[in-house]
Design a protein. Structure first.
Length: 100
């Protein structure tokens, strides 16, 4: 069964790949979108371990409500590319089909 990114998840995905780098991207939106695409485990330390298609990413969300560090955003972008997600240019077209 194919899954599709729509609505707020689609907007979050597009903002991750936006040039120039998106500002004020909320951690809760990123976590919600990643939860749809991958397995997300919140560690007792508050770190997030994200796994998809044998790729793993560990994020250290700041206590701030927004993804403030450019490097965090770039790590998420690279993770989505490595895990077999869509090409960044596909983020600008209609709804975003994901793997089946």
């Amino acid at each position: 069964m194919e899954r599709w990114l729509v609505g707020s998840h689609r907007r979050t995905y597009e903002r991750i790949f936006r040039q120039p780098i998106a500002q004020n991207l909320a951690w809760r939106d990123v976590r919600s979108m990643l939860g749809l695409l991958a397995e997300v485990v919140e560690e007792p330390s508050g770190n997030l371990t994200i796994t998809c298609n044998r790729q793993t990413l560990v994020l250290h969300p700041s206590p701030d409500k927004n993804v403030a560090e450019v490097e965090d955003l770039l790590e998420i972008r690279r993770f989505l590319e490595r895990s077999g997600e869509l090409e960044p240019e596909a983020a600008t077209e209609g709804s975003l089909p994901l793997w089946s």
